[in-house]
Design a protein around this ligand. Sequence first.
Ligand code: M6R
Length: 608
Amino acid sequence: MCGIIGYAGPKNIESILLVGLERLSYRGYDSSGIAIISDGELSYWKKTGKIRELEKMLRNLSIKGSIGIGHTRWATHGEPNEMNAHPHLGPNKKVAIVHNGIIENFSVLKEELIKNGHIFRSDTDTEIVAHLIESYMDLGLVQAVESATTHLKGSYAIAAIAEAEPDKIVVCRHGSPLIIGLGKGENLVSSDINAILPHTKQIVLLEDDELAVITPSKVTYKIINGKAITKKSQHIRWDALTQEKSGYETFMLKEIFEQPNVIRQLISKMVVADKQIKLKHIKLGQKDLASITRIIIQACGTSWHAGLYTKYLMENYARILTEVDISSEFRYRQMLTHGNDVVLALSQSGETADTLACLREAKSKYFKVLALVNVKGSSIDRESDGVMYSYAGQEVGVASTKNYVAQLVAMYLFSLHMGRIKKLISPQELAEKISEIKRIPDHIEHILAQTDKIKAIAKKYANSQEFLFIGRGVNYPSALEGALKLKEISYIHATGYPAGELKHGPIALIDSKLPVVCIAPKTHTYEKMLSNIQEVRSRKGRTIIVASESDTELPKYADDLITIPDVSEDLTPILVAVPLQILAYEIATQLGCDVDQPRNLAKSVTVE
Ligand code: M6R
């Protein structure tokens, strides 16, 4: 996790670093800091809280300098306070570094350094690296960094500056991303292309175990503790993403309301002439796709829920055995391969560390790796054999909304495509299904028009201590997603369950205080859901029912009712997601929570 920015050049360094940090805050936002070399002197500022706190602190200082580094943190080692915020300094404050990743052997290293008389100011793993670099400074900054890395186990992207060499930033990486931006008379480094794009579109991707020396006029490269290398730059064709709330109170609300257009755009990219699905970047021919015998989906969080949904569709339409695994679990198990297996990674950011690690592990075991990502140019995008995009546009709110719905639509179309390739779906069936999904954006607009009604329901339940979400079949993932949305932004405990499992344990939770969100649109398990809802009511649970508009039965059993337009079973999760997002959003805002940047979270989880 954590975001790194570095700048070497003549412009206003404070503003470049702060704007860069703001753009990186999706990677963590519990504290931040910058270090600058000005007139040969190293100075640093750190602050707990969001980037705006650091900004306030710096507001009346006139900071000058042409070399600087900045960092936004998501705490791993040591609580989020000023002392643990980056940059970290060597014992004599002559070297400052920012770091992304985890130094796994930090406690052994720390003990050794303490024995040698080092005194530490923080609880972080990073400070050890700063001490090591400073202890090697007799060798010069580049070699000091290289020597320090020989002690490190784990993952790191490091940017270091030193008072003794005030004209450069030395950066290196092992397992965490670093991108160099090449400007005119200025150069930058960051964890993410998007923090660089406002300055230059010419970038160099640093690979693992490479090091770069960045000055305002040039960048040189070498292998860490190895020879000098040359690296090719590439031109990025897309523009810097903008982060505008466009009149909405929060990014999350804006992103919820963007969903109809996101889906329209996605369908226009994936569907040709209303009757064919095209996967422009998948790089596998129809023959290769038709020969796939098993798909192993890899994902985390909300993307994992989209993966669970995909399993139903892929098995239904294409009859391909599909497994769905949480990446942090899959990567530490035996990856058994049989037949023509394909690993499919789902990720909004394309940077989730566990998903990326699975992808790399799978590739090393000769699996073909496909991916569905939202962020172009992300690591998962670059490293997959073939890719699909969810075209959701930039998602700033930490809680995934529009990208989830886009993932469901993309996977629906992908499954139909696979079914068609395998001749399990006729051209006419495909055209009918495409015609139905094209109406989804209008249906979402219809649901969004019910926001005030859902807000009133949210008000009624906002003070509940916990929630249960239940659903079946394709809407079991909807229950998991509804619960995740609520807990991550409102801090209310919420659990999602397959409704059929209620009687195997969770039913013990039900009493007159427990709101149970029952996801029960018209599907082939509707009757079963009806029984489950009765079981909840018999135990005095409070039922918030999500039902199909045409349903005349369920309103009788609902304390509160939310309806969605009638659609085919496999499309119901796409619609169900929307009122559950609004419900979570309205509860969280009632409680005064920061929905865009909830506590303890980061938009992109770039450490294990
Ligand atoms: O970027 P990814 O889709 O790989 O992220 C996976 C999860 O970290 C993410 O979905 C997370 O669960 C969200 N906060 C959910 O809203």
